[in-house]
Design a protein around this ligand. Sequence first.
Ligand SMILES: *Cc1c(COP(=O)(O)O)cnc(C)c1O
Length: 469
Amino acid sequence: MVNPDPAARRALPSVDRLLSSSALAPLIAKYGRALTTETIRELLQAQRDKLAQNTGVFEFDELQFIAACDAELNKRTQPSLRPVFNLTGTVLHTNLGRALMPPSVADAVMAAMTRPVNLEFDLGGGARGERDTHVEKWITRLAGGDGAVVVNNNAAAVYLALNTLGAKKEVIVSRGELIEIGGAFRIPDIMKRAGVKLIEVGTTNRTHLKDFAEAITPRTAAIMKVHTSNYAVQGFTACAPEPELAALAHEHGIPFIVDLGSGMLVNLEDYGLPHEPTPREALANGADLVTFSGDKLLGGPQAGLLVGKKELIARIRKNPMKRALRVDKMTLAALDALLRLYTNPDRLREEVTTLRLLTRTRADICIQAERVLPHVQAALAGKAVASIVDTGSQIGSGSLPVDSLPSAGIAIHPLGKAKGSFADKLSLAFRALPVPVIGHIKDGAFILDLRCLDHEAEFIAQLPRLHLK
Ligand SMILES: *Cc1c(COP(=O)(O)O)cnc(C)c1O
């Protein structure tokens, strides 16, 4: 129904009048004139629309309106990228930013961001330097090989390796390794974009050395092995051992490339975790070039690391696409600080955040769950019941998909008869907290895996604001 009293609508002030109001000056100073004007205009329009629907007396309260503008502007200017609690049980969660970095690494990034640095400047000779040299010696020391290049991510590393070594030629890969990693990284597509003809050999479950040998032609540029990071082929399987593939490649004068995906620099078994192939092992098995990610098990910034033979690294560095895929000073500062931590494996568990989270024991997580449980229960306000449960965390980001790490968490069930959408409602309510809490739903329950719960006091302090409908 339209408000029959036009006087009510006329009672709204103009945008200009509001903008010249002294009470609005602090908002303009804080948010800028353009955004403030836009917000006032929209809120006035909303008010006008509301008036058109309602009858009755209306009095415009300027101070109240300006307070509403302030709240709206504050909401609109919140950072889009916000901290969250990753209680999904997946430690390296790609959608939640993968690896968390230790404070010493963050400090190094801060310095590189806010001060000039010798990024491509040789302090000795005063001439132009090469940005990758800041980390090259650490990568080769820790991973093996005699040269290294760093690019934007591992997808870029694989692309660059293929484009440099195999453009207009053929690269042989086993059918069992034509992987897709979440977010549209598919080996056949990367090959195509890199200008390489993919030669698939073998079958999904079995590929033999002779399959590779028979596929080699004068057009073959390389043999490639891709670590099947995010799945496992089990049962009647066979794959050609790396040393034999390397020997075959070298017999024909072509390189053997390995895409490791995660590629950890230390043996994870030393930390009680399942084995993950290392670049050092791949190089020792005869690989000429190995590619891996910076922000998976390594626990560093998003980056792709290529390590191997100096001659191949030099060719990769000369590829014009290297310039398009290079990393910035923040990434190099982070990698430099992180790799230096790896020089002391004894302190790694305390110092590398990802490794600390991955190696937390179920017993330790259970103790934390006991502390947190009463606070969660109180926040549920009698609408649901929380209990401690055993969970299995995932390493995530395509690492070691079959193994889960014994962990503990809090499961929240509805009281009485379960309603289908209850877990969804819980999930939504936890995501609406000031620092959103991300869990997962399993068998109708909402589960918070506590393996990655740092900032426990902050987590508990915001629980009273949980709003369950
Ligand atoms: C994760 C992964 C990639 C992609 O690495 P990003 O750093 O995410 O670009 C490529 N290959 C394998 C085998 C992987 O596991």
